[in-house]
Design a protein around this ligand. Structure first.
Ligand SMILES: *Cc1c(COP(=O)(O)O)cnc(C)c1O
Length: 227
Protein backbone atom coordinates (compact mmCIF):
# COMPACT_ATOMS: atom_id res chain seq x y z
CA UNK A 1 0.00 0.00 0.00
CA UNK A 2 1.32 3.47 -0.82
CA UNK A 3 1.69 6.48 1.44
CA UNK A 4 -1.63 8.13 0.57
CA UNK A 5 -3.47 5.01 1.76
CA UNK A 6 -1.75 4.85 5.13
CA UNK A 7 -2.20 8.61 5.47
CA UNK A 8 -5.95 8.22 4.97
CA UNK A 9 -6.01 5.50 7.63
CA UNK A 10 -4.25 7.63 10.22
CA UNK A 11 -6.61 10.52 9.53
CA UNK A 12 -9.65 8.26 9.82
CA UNK A 13 -8.38 6.81 13.11
CA UNK A 14 -7.75 10.31 14.46
CA UNK A 15 -11.31 11.31 13.50
CA UNK A 16 -12.85 8.32 15.25
CA UNK A 17 -10.70 8.63 18.37
CA UNK A 18 -11.47 12.34 18.62
CA UNK A 19 -15.20 11.66 18.51
CA UNK A 20 -15.31 8.70 20.86
CA UNK A 21 -15.60 9.36 24.63
CA UNK A 22 -12.74 8.03 26.74
CA UNK A 23 -14.75 5.16 28.24
CA UNK A 24 -15.46 3.73 24.78
CA UNK A 25 -12.84 1.42 23.26
CA UNK A 26 -12.39 1.06 19.50
CA UNK A 27 -11.82 -2.25 17.75
CA UNK A 28 -10.43 -1.91 14.23
CA UNK A 29 -12.18 -4.64 12.24
CA UNK A 30 -9.34 -5.84 10.02
CA UNK A 31 -10.83 -8.55 7.83
CA UNK A 32 -9.26 -8.62 4.36
CA UNK A 33 -6.82 -5.82 5.21
CA UNK A 34 -3.09 -5.94 4.66
CA UNK A 35 -0.38 -5.94 7.30
CA UNK A 36 0.58 -2.42 6.16
CA UNK A 37 -2.97 -1.14 6.65
CA UNK A 38 -3.24 -2.65 10.11
CA UNK A 39 0.21 -1.27 11.00
CA UNK A 40 -0.97 2.22 10.03
CA UNK A 41 -4.03 1.88 12.28
CA UNK A 42 -1.89 0.77 15.23
CA UNK A 43 0.55 3.63 14.68
CA UNK A 44 -2.39 6.03 14.69
CA UNK A 45 -3.49 4.84 18.12
CA UNK A 46 -5.69 1.76 17.64
CA UNK A 47 -5.14 -0.66 20.53
CA UNK A 48 -7.52 -3.50 19.64
CA UNK A 49 -7.69 -5.40 16.36
CA UNK A 50 -10.76 -7.47 15.53
CA UNK A 51 -10.55 -10.48 13.26
CA UNK A 52 -13.21 -12.65 11.65
CA UNK A 53 -10.88 -15.39 10.50
CA UNK A 54 -8.53 -17.35 12.72
CA UNK A 55 -6.05 -18.07 9.92
CA UNK A 56 -5.78 -14.44 8.83
CA UNK A 57 -5.32 -13.33 12.42
CA UNK A 58 -2.50 -15.80 12.93
CA UNK A 59 -0.47 -14.17 10.16
CA UNK A 60 -1.01 -10.70 11.64
CA UNK A 61 -0.19 -11.84 15.14
CA UNK A 62 3.19 -13.05 14.06
CA UNK A 63 3.86 -9.54 12.77
CA UNK A 64 2.37 -7.46 15.56
CA UNK A 65 2.28 -9.66 18.65
CA UNK A 66 1.74 -7.64 21.77
CA UNK A 67 1.43 -4.27 20.03
CA UNK A 68 -2.33 -4.73 20.15
CA UNK A 69 -5.08 -6.78 21.80
CA UNK A 70 -6.81 -9.28 19.55
CA UNK A 71 -10.56 -9.79 19.53
CA UNK A 72 -12.25 -12.54 17.59
CA UNK A 73 -15.41 -11.11 15.99
CA UNK A 74 -16.29 -13.74 13.38
CA UNK A 75 -18.26 -16.94 13.40
CA UNK A 76 -16.23 -19.38 15.48
CA UNK A 77 -16.10 -22.92 14.15
CA UNK A 78 -15.48 -25.79 16.50
CA UNK A 79 -12.44 -26.97 14.57
CA UNK A 80 -10.86 -23.51 14.97
CA UNK A 81 -11.58 -23.20 18.68
CA UNK A 82 -8.17 -24.48 19.73
CA UNK A 83 -6.29 -21.98 17.62
CA UNK A 84 -8.63 -19.21 18.71
CA UNK A 85 -7.93 -20.11 22.35
CA UNK A 86 -4.22 -19.66 21.70
CA UNK A 87 -4.34 -16.48 19.63
CA UNK A 88 -7.07 -14.22 20.99
CA UNK A 89 -7.43 -12.04 24.08
CA UNK A 90 -11.24 -11.88 23.85
CA UNK A 91 -13.80 -13.91 21.89
CA UNK A 92 -16.77 -11.64 21.15
CA UNK A 93 -19.02 -14.12 19.38
CA UNK A 94 -20.06 -16.96 21.67
CA UNK A 95 -23.63 -17.89 20.82
CA UNK A 96 -24.09 -21.52 21.78
CA UNK A 97 -23.18 -23.91 24.54
CA UNK A 98 -21.64 -26.20 21.95
CA UNK A 99 -18.99 -23.66 20.95
CA UNK A 100 -18.57 -22.42 24.53
CA UNK A 101 -17.80 -25.96 25.71
CA UNK A 102 -15.31 -26.52 22.90
CA UNK A 103 -13.49 -23.28 23.70
CA UNK A 104 -13.58 -23.99 27.44
CA UNK A 105 -12.00 -27.39 26.88
CA UNK A 106 -9.06 -25.91 24.97
CA UNK A 107 -8.61 -23.08 27.47
CA UNK A 108 -8.59 -25.61 30.31
CA UNK A 109 -5.81 -27.56 28.62
CA UNK A 110 -3.83 -24.32 28.24
CA UNK A 111 -4.53 -23.12 31.81
CA UNK A 112 -6.04 -19.97 30.37
CA UNK A 113 -9.21 -18.14 31.32
CA UNK A 114 -10.74 -16.57 28.24
CA UNK A 115 -12.87 -13.42 28.47
CA UNK A 116 -15.89 -13.87 26.20
CA UNK A 117 -18.84 -11.82 25.05
CA UNK A 118 -22.13 -13.47 24.23
CA UNK A 119 -23.39 -12.49 20.79
CA UNK A 120 -27.06 -11.57 20.64
CA UNK A 121 -29.04 -11.76 17.42
CA UNK A 122 -30.98 -8.70 18.44
CA UNK A 123 -32.82 -8.40 15.13
CA UNK A 124 -33.71 -12.12 15.15
CA UNK A 125 -32.48 -12.47 11.58
CA UNK A 126 -32.31 -16.09 10.47
CA UNK A 127 -29.19 -15.42 8.41
CA UNK A 128 -27.22 -13.95 11.33
CA UNK A 129 -25.36 -15.60 14.13
CA UNK A 130 -26.04 -14.85 17.77
CA UNK A 131 -28.43 -16.20 20.38
CA UNK A 132 -32.02 -14.99 20.19
CA UNK A 133 -32.84 -12.50 22.97
CA UNK A 134 -35.29 -14.83 24.70
CA UNK A 135 -32.59 -17.49 25.08
CA UNK A 136 -29.85 -15.10 26.16
CA UNK A 137 -30.19 -15.24 29.95
CA UNK A 138 -30.28 -19.04 30.02
CA UNK A 139 -27.16 -19.22 27.83
CA UNK A 140 -25.23 -16.72 29.98
CA UNK A 141 -26.09 -18.77 33.09
CA UNK A 142 -24.95 -22.00 31.42
CA UNK A 143 -21.66 -20.49 30.23
CA UNK A 144 -21.03 -18.98 33.66
CA UNK A 145 -20.54 -22.50 35.00
CA UNK A 146 -17.65 -23.23 32.62
CA UNK A 147 -14.47 -22.67 34.65
CA UNK A 148 -12.19 -21.40 31.89
CA UNK A 149 -14.49 -18.87 30.25
CA UNK A 150 -15.41 -15.57 31.85
CA UNK A 151 -18.49 -13.85 30.45
CA UNK A 152 -17.64 -10.15 30.36
CA UNK A 153 -20.49 -8.72 28.33
CA UNK A 154 -22.57 -8.79 25.19
CA UNK A 155 -22.00 -8.15 21.51
CA UNK A 156 -24.54 -7.47 18.80
CA UNK A 157 -24.39 -6.64 15.12
CA UNK A 158 -27.90 -5.31 14.82
CA UNK A 159 -29.57 -5.33 11.45
CA UNK A 160 -27.45 -3.61 8.80
CA UNK A 161 -29.79 -0.92 7.61
CA UNK A 162 -28.81 2.05 5.53
CA UNK A 163 -30.15 4.40 8.16
CA UNK A 164 -28.38 3.88 11.50
CA UNK A 165 -31.47 5.16 13.34
CA UNK A 166 -33.13 1.89 12.45
CA UNK A 167 -30.55 0.01 14.51
CA UNK A 168 -31.33 2.08 17.62
CA UNK A 169 -34.16 -0.10 19.01
CA UNK A 170 -31.95 -3.19 18.75
CA UNK A 171 -29.03 -1.47 20.48
CA UNK A 172 -31.39 -0.23 23.17
CA UNK A 173 -32.84 -3.70 23.76
CA UNK A 174 -29.34 -5.17 23.99
CA UNK A 175 -28.35 -2.53 26.56
CA UNK A 176 -31.44 -3.43 28.59
CA UNK A 177 -30.44 -7.09 28.53
CA UNK A 178 -26.91 -6.08 29.53
CA UNK A 179 -28.19 -4.11 32.54
CA UNK A 180 -30.58 -6.87 33.57
CA UNK A 181 -27.77 -9.45 33.50
CA UNK A 182 -25.48 -7.11 35.43
CA UNK A 183 -28.16 -6.68 38.12
CA UNK A 184 -28.64 -10.45 38.30
CA UNK A 185 -25.13 -10.76 39.81
CA UNK A 186 -24.51 -14.18 38.33
CA UNK A 187 -21.40 -15.72 39.92
CA UNK A 188 -18.49 -15.70 37.47
CA UNK A 189 -20.17 -13.18 35.17
CA UNK A 190 -18.75 -9.65 34.94
CA UNK A 191 -20.99 -7.53 32.75
CA UNK A 192 -18.58 -4.79 31.73
CA UNK A 193 -18.32 -4.75 27.94
CA UNK A 194 -21.13 -3.89 25.53
CA UNK A 195 -19.86 -4.27 21.97
CA UNK A 196 -22.16 -2.74 19.38
CA UNK A 197 -21.97 -0.33 16.49
CA UNK A 198 -20.02 -0.38 13.24
CA UNK A 199 -18.87 2.28 10.77
CA UNK A 200 -22.36 3.49 9.91
CA UNK A 201 -23.93 3.07 13.35
CA UNK A 202 -21.31 3.70 16.02
CA UNK A 203 -22.62 7.11 17.02
CA UNK A 204 -26.08 5.72 17.67
CA UNK A 205 -24.54 2.72 19.47
CA UNK A 206 -22.57 4.98 21.81
CA UNK A 207 -25.71 6.99 22.57
CA UNK A 208 -27.38 3.71 23.50
CA UNK A 209 -24.60 2.65 25.86
CA UNK A 210 -21.96 0.79 23.83
CA UNK A 211 -18.49 0.92 25.37
CA UNK A 212 -16.82 -1.05 22.59
CA UNK A 213 -17.37 -0.27 18.92
CA UNK A 214 -16.10 -2.23 15.92
CA UNK A 215 -15.04 -0.09 12.99
CA UNK A 216 -13.88 -1.43 9.63
CA UNK A 217 -14.61 0.57 6.49
CA UNK A 218 -14.54 3.96 8.19
CA UNK A 219 -10.91 3.35 9.13
CA UNK A 220 -9.65 1.27 6.22
CA UNK A 221 -11.95 2.30 3.36
CA UNK A 222 -14.61 0.25 1.62
CA UNK A 223 -14.01 -3.47 1.27
CA UNK A 224 -14.11 -5.15 -2.14
CA UNK A 225 -16.60 -7.69 -0.90
CA UNK A 226 -19.29 -7.22 1.67
CA UNK A 227 -18.92 -9.46 4.69
C1 LIG B 1 -16.68 -6.25 9.43
C2 LIG B 1 -17.26 -6.18 10.78
C3 LIG B 1 -17.39 -4.96 11.45
C4 LIG B 1 -17.03 -3.62 10.82
O1 LIG B 1 -17.91 -3.33 9.79
P1 LIG B 1 -17.80 -1.90 9.00
O2 LIG B 1 -19.17 -1.69 8.51
O3 LIG B 1 -16.79 -2.11 7.95
O4 LIG B 1 -17.39 -0.91 10.01
C5 LIG B 1 -17.89 -4.97 12.73
N1 LIG B 1 -18.24 -6.12 13.34
C6 LIG B 1 -18.13 -7.31 12.73
C7 LIG B 1 -18.53 -8.52 13.46
C8 LIG B 1 -17.63 -7.37 11.43
O5 LIG B 1 -17.54 -8.57 10.84
Amino acid sequence: MHATGTQAISEAVADVLKYVPSQVAVVAAAKMRTVEEVAAAIRAGIEIIGHNYVQEAERMLTTFGKQAKWHFIGRLQKNKAKKAAVLFDVIETIDSMRIAEALNRHCLAMHKTMPVLVEVNSGKEESKSGVFPEQLDALVREISILPNLCVQGLMTMGPRFGNPEEARPYFRATKEAFDRLADANIPGVEMRTLSMGMSNSYKVAIEEGANLIRIGSKIFGERQQRL
